[in-house]
Design a binder for this molecule. Structure first.
Ligand code: 6PG
Length: 268
C-alpha cells in the first residue's frame, strides 16, 4: 500500500490537480480494460472537482462512454433533494457529460426498506464491478483485513473520499456498527448514524480498501486537525479513516489550510 500526500494552494488548485489525476486514471483503466468504474463521494469538497471534470479542458479528455458511476454513500432522502449526494453529483457533473444512463448507478434508498436497499446495492456492485482476486495470504497485521482467501472482491478503479470532522469516510462514522462495516462479505451496508439521527447506506471498508486507487480530498483550515490525526498513529479506537488499510494506492489531495498541521510528510 502506497500513500501519497499532495498539497495545493487552495480548493481550486486542489480540484484541478485531482481532475488531472482522474483523467490519467480513467485513461489508464479504459486503455487496459475498456471501462472506468468510479465511486463518487458526497459532501461539499468534491463539488468543484466535479464541476472541473464537466468543463473544458478535462471534459473532452475523458471517454465518458466508458465511465461507470457509483456512489460511496447516500443519505436517506429523495434523489432530487438538496442533501442527496446523487443530486449534488448530477448538478455538478452527471447532467453535463455523456455517460450512458445505464452506467450511472445511484444508491436507491428508502427508510422502510433500507437494509434491503443496501443489499440491493451490494448485489449491483457484485454484478457490475470487476473482481479483485485478493492476496492469498494474510497481509501484515492490519486494522481491516482485505480478503483472506482467493475469494474475489468487487473492485473499483477509483474511489473518491472526503474526510469528516470526526474522521468518518463515506458514511462510516465512529462507533456506527463498525463490525458490520468491516465484513468482507458485505459490500454495502445500512448504518444508523446516532450523531445525525439518520440512516445512511455506505460502501463497506473492505470494498473501499480493495479499490485500485483511492483519492482522499480535504480542504480548509477546519480540516487541519483531523487530517493530522488521520495521518498520525492509529488512535484507540482507530478513527474510521484509520481503519481503512488500502490494498493498493491511496493519495491525499489537500490544500495548504488542511495540511497546516502536517510536518515533513509532504511528497512534493
Ligand atoms: C457525505 C460524504 C462524507 C463527506 C465528509 C466530508 O455523504 O457527506 O460521503 O463522507 O465526504 O463528511 O464532507 P465535506 O467535504 O463537506 O467536508
Amino acid at each position: 500500500m502506497q500513500r501519497q500526500i499532495r498539497i495545493s494552494a487552495d480548493l481550486e488548485a486542489l480540484s484541478t490537480a485531482a481532475a488531472s489525476r482522474w483523467v490519467a486514471l480513467a485513461a489508464e483503466a479504459i486503455a487496459a480494460r475498456g471501462e472506468f468504474h468510479v465511486a463518487l463521494s458526497g459532501g461539499a469538497t468534491p463539488r468543484r472537482l466535479y464541476e472541473r471534470l464537466a468543463a473544458a479542458p478535462f471534459a473532452r479528455e475523458i471517454d465518458w462512454s466508458c465511465v461507470h458511476i457509483y456512489f460511496t454513500d447516500e443519505r436517506c432522502v429523495p434523489p432530487d433533494h438538496q442533501d442527496s449526494n446523487f443530486h449534488m453529483a448530477s448538478e455538478a457533473l452527471l447532467r453535463h457529460v455523456l455517460i450512458p444512463p445505464e452506467q450511472i448507478h445511484r444508491i436507491g434508498i428508502s427508510l422502510a426498506y433500507i437494509r434491503q436497499d443496501a443489499a440491493a446495492y451490494a448485489e449491483l456492485l457484485r454484478k457490475h464491478l470487476p473482481k479483485s482476486v485478493a492476496p492469498g495470504v494474510l497481509p501484515p497485521a492490519t486494522l481491516v483485513r482485505p480478503c483472506t482467501s482467493k475469494e474475489s472482491m468487487p473492485q473499483f478503479d477509483l474511489v473518491l473520499l472526503g474526510l469528516g470532522p470526526d474522521g468518518h469516510i463515506a458514511s462510516l462514522f465512529p462507533a456506527a456498527g463498525i463490525a458490520v462495516t468491516e465484513r468482507e462479505d458485505r459490500y454495502a451496508v445500512a448504518v444508523y448514524v446516532d450523531r445525525l439521527k439518520a440512516w445512511r447506506i455506505s460502501l463497506s471498508l473492505p470494498v473501499i480498501a480493495h479499490a485500485r486507487h483511492i483519492l482522499m480530498l480535504a480542504a480548509g483550515e477546519e480540516k487541519a486537525g483531523i487530517v493530522r490525526r488521520a495521518l498520525d498513529a492509529p488512535e484507540s479506537p482507530p478513527l474510521p479513516v484509520q481503519r481503512l488499510q488500502p490494498v493498493h494506492e491511496m493519495e491525499w489531495y489537500l490544500d495548504q489550510a488542511a495540511a497546516a498541521q502536517l510536518r515533513d510528510r509532504v511528497n512534493r
